[in-house]
Unconditional design. Sequence first.
Length: 209
Amino acid sequence: MFIIGVTGGIGCGKSSVARICSDVGVPVIDADQLSHEVTAAGGAAIPAMVETFGNGVIDGQGALNREYMAKKVFQSHRALDQLSAIVHLHVIEQMHLEIEKLEKQKSQAVVLDVPIPVKNGFVDICDQIWVVWANDENRLRRLAARGMDEAESRRRIAMQMTREEYLRLADHVIENDGSLEELQEKVLGLLVDELGQRGIRLPKDLSSR
């Protein structure tokens, strides 16, 4: 099975790229969705988070208190690193289980939608890494559309990997500073080319789009 890792900084559009792939029938495993599952009440990551950050890290239902942790991690690199290490461990474990399911179903390709490209369990299992990037102006505009103020957006961008760090991992870079239609054209062209080189056909016919 051909494994494509799609990654990029906040507001760059990696999830849009993953969605385009999903729309043509390529299975997508969403690390953010898995992250929510492992930090929900009774989730696999909760005990280690309580041990590291104290009982304040969980809400009244026993799930991750996201507002509390957001303030904590985006003010401290150390707290962010600790949180990331805990969550990544359990997300990667779940991701591997999902990949095994797809392999049993004879899927020929899968996209892993992952914001932070950790080496162990992500980079090292991907056949290719596609980095999605955009300039700061467009990133800030997209984050504002989600309801995030500029100061918070800039703080989150500053806490993440730089463009250069992402690009060092990239097999392909998808610049996302244009329209959704332009992004779609880039992604589908790349997808058809890379899958075609491996004798893999898209599950859905593009002519029907």
